[in-house]
Design a protein around this ligand. Structure first.
Ligand SMILES: Cc1cc2nc3c(=O)[nH]c(=O)nc-3n(C[C@H](O)[C@H](O)[C@H](O)COP(=O)(O)OP(=O)(O)OC[C@H]3O[C@@H](n4cnc5c(N)ncnc54)[C@H](O)[C@@H]3O)c2cc1C
Ligand code: FES
Length: 270
């Protein structure tokens, strides 16, 4: 059975990998998080700064876990700036997991939304035929392409990088590339994580074609374990009832793709 830590365990950062000019992966030893299910997250404490929810990233080494962080505001930048030898606190893994279907599956990620999808790819069934669509703004923000090809190895797969400015891979939004792809390929399931506007389009597209779809959602999280209510969306708590929801539920959500709560709890439009 999976072990879940409810209080932070202090971990020393062992390695930091520069993925892009704004994204880094930090590696720790943690056999508990190493075994996180695809799509699960942890709460990561940056001492003296804040605690942030982070998807648990895969590593290529046994006994290790990782987080891939994009520097954005104060807290994520503080995490991004940490060096090997410094410490963080981790608790988890929390949340549900992707329901991996048989057959042809598409994983569609934007930016660090690729993190939970990489774990999904690692846990994919031997019978899956996997298409990974990676959305980035430009060539220097493309990451995980080599890693995706390595972990999928001999499994039937293709990795398609897309850039909004056309500087690498296919030009355009990942949603447009997916829309073209579903015209010629019959997918059994689509999984997505990234900006909510992107996920909203993907869920609408999949629902309209009758394709099973799941999206991993982000909401403001403080406790991460269903107590504080800061991650509420409609009638659910995203940290506890998700973070992964399927297309049928999202189709009737009043908030998905439209509103989310700010740090104060006030509803804001996307
Ligand atoms: C389940 C989950 C998994 C995540 N996984 C990753 C990941 O793998 N890599 C990554 O770089 N980021 C991830 N994030 C986002 C990350 O937690 C932060 O939101 C983001 O790094 C910005 O934080 P900040 O405080 O630096 O930015 P700020 O400038 O302070 O905030 C920018 C925005 O980030 C969001 N945010 C800030 N604090 C939180 C919080 N406590 N909970 C949720 N959202 C918040 C809000 O929308 C806010 O408007 C994840 C979020 C969730 C909910
Ligand atoms: S973050 Fe506290 S209930 Fe979800």
């Amino acid at each position: 059975m999976q072990s879940v830590s409810k209080t932070p365990s202090i971990r020393t950062i062992e390695k930091v990998i520069d993925e892009t000019p704004t994204v880094r992966t930090i590696i720790i030893s943690d056999s508990n998080l190493e075994n996180a299910l695809p799509g699960q997250f942890a709460m990561v404490w940056i001492p003296g700064i804040n605690e942030l929810p982070m998807s648990v990233m895969i590593t290529e080494e046994k006994g290790k876990a990782a987080f891939t962080v994009r520097k954005r505001g104060l807290s994520s930048t503080a995490l991004y700036d940490l060096k090997a030898g410094q410490q963080i606190g981790v608790r988890g893994p929390y949340g549900n997991a992707f329901d991996i279907k048989d057959g042809k599956i598409a994983l569609v990620g934007g930016g660090t939304g690729l993190v939970p999808l990489m774990r999904l790819a690692k846990f994919a069934k031997p019978t899956n035929d996997i298409t990974i669509l990676m959305g980035s703004k430009s060539k220097d923000e493309v990451f995980f392409e080599g890693l995706a090809n390595r972990i999928l190895g001999d499994k039937k797969h293709q990795v398609i990088a897309t850039t909004e400015d056309g500087s690498y891979g296919e030009r355009g939004f990942v949603t447009d590339v997916l829309e073209n792809l579903v015209k010629s390929t019959k997918f059994d399931a689509i999984y997505t994580c990234g900006p909510e506007i992107m996920m909203h389009k993907i869920v609408q597209l999949a629902n309209s074609k009758g394709i099973f779809v799941q999206a991993s959602l982000e909401r403001m999280m403080k406790c991460g374990i269903g107590i504080c209510g800061s991650c509420c969306m409609d009638e659910v708590l995203v940290c506890h009832d998700g973070t992964i929801f399927d297309g049928k539920f999202l189709a009737i959500s009043q908030e998905f793709g439209h509103t989310h709560r700010a740090k104060s709890g006030i509803l804001e439009n996307y």
